[in-house]
Ligand binder design. Structure first.
Ligand code: PEP
Length: 267
């Protein structure tokens, strides 16, 4: 049985002070509702620290990572970054390495979000480099894939997503692929208020699991977690997350609102 994972992508929102206030509030409201990190867990397991709910991750801006990690101490809520560089160190002004993230207690990192692909020229190849580096550093990558509206209308969604997954996972051994999270995020659904239907989301998430099965094996396909992201809110979260191949969500706008509590509790 795969443990659900709900990650909040705060994007470029909240000052460190605002971030800490919000994180502390959610920590209090979610105490007992969020489970410890872990990919596949035995059926019925509530984990060593007692949380039986989904794994919860706050992916916050770089400057808020340390204060939010401190604010969430003693909870099961993990903290992730929204990006990282693929190199260890060097002349990459403005960038942050995987080791810098792990050194302060960051456990997850979003890689290849569509906004990074669109505004910062990230490609499937650079996503693959980052995935390999994140894994080597001990970070859990949340790898984003998804199609534009035009691509959906052209009927090439599954082919495109298959290609994105295939390239992103190049060189990743099965043992590491089992711990990965792939977030299926149709670009037309991000920030638009127009989420995919549960059936459309399920169709693509199922195809993602199928490509993982073809690339690796059944065990890996069953262990790897696939999230849906794109206008998830308190009203649609439960029906999306109840689909057989959807193991939770990557939540943008609603993750910095009080309704994030309902989204986690609904999962
Ligand atoms: C996102 O940015 O990853 C996202 C899913 O955003 P939203 O939930 O606001 O659509």
């Amino acid at each position: 049985m795969r443990k659900k994972i709900i990650a909040g992508n705060w994007k470029m929102n909240k000052t460190p002070l605002e971030a800490v206030t919000f994180a502390k509030d959610l920590k209090a409201k979610l105490s007992g509702s969020s489970g410890p990190a872990g990919g596949s867990v035995p059926a019925g397991s509530s984990g060593p620290t007692g949380g039986s709910g989904p794994e919860v991750v706050f992916c916050v801006p770089f400057v808020s990572l340390i204060p939010v990690i401190e604010a969430l101490e003693g909870s099961n809520i993990a903290v992730g970054a929204q990006n990282m560089h693929a190199e260890d160190s060097g002349a990459f002004t403005g960038e942050i390495s995987a080791e810098m993230l792990t050194s302060i207690g960051v456990s997850h990192v979003i890689i290849g979000h569509s906004e990074r692909r669109e505004y910062f020229a990230e490609t499937d190849a650079s996503v693959n480099k980052k995935v390999l580096k994140a894994i080597a550093a001990g970070l859990a990558p949340i790898v984003c894939v998804g199609e534009t509206l035009t691509q959906r209308e052209q009927g090439i969604t599954i082919d495109l997503v298959r290609m994105q997954v295939r390239i992103a996972l190049g060189g990743v051994p099965a043992s590491d692929a089992r711990g990965l999270v792939i977030a299926y995020e149709p670009i037309w659904a991000i920030g638009t208020g127009r989420a995919a239907t549960k059936d459309d989301a399920q169709e693509v998430c199922r195809a993602i699991r199928q490509i993982v099965r073809e690339l690796y094996d059944e065990e890996t396909a069953q262990a790897l977690r696939v999230q849906y992201g794109g206008s998830v809110n308190a009203k649609n979260a439960a029906e999306l997350f109840n689909m057989p191949d959807i193991d939770g969500g990557l939540v943008g706008g609603a993750s910095i609102k009080p309704e994030f509590e309902s989204i986690v509790k609904g999962a």
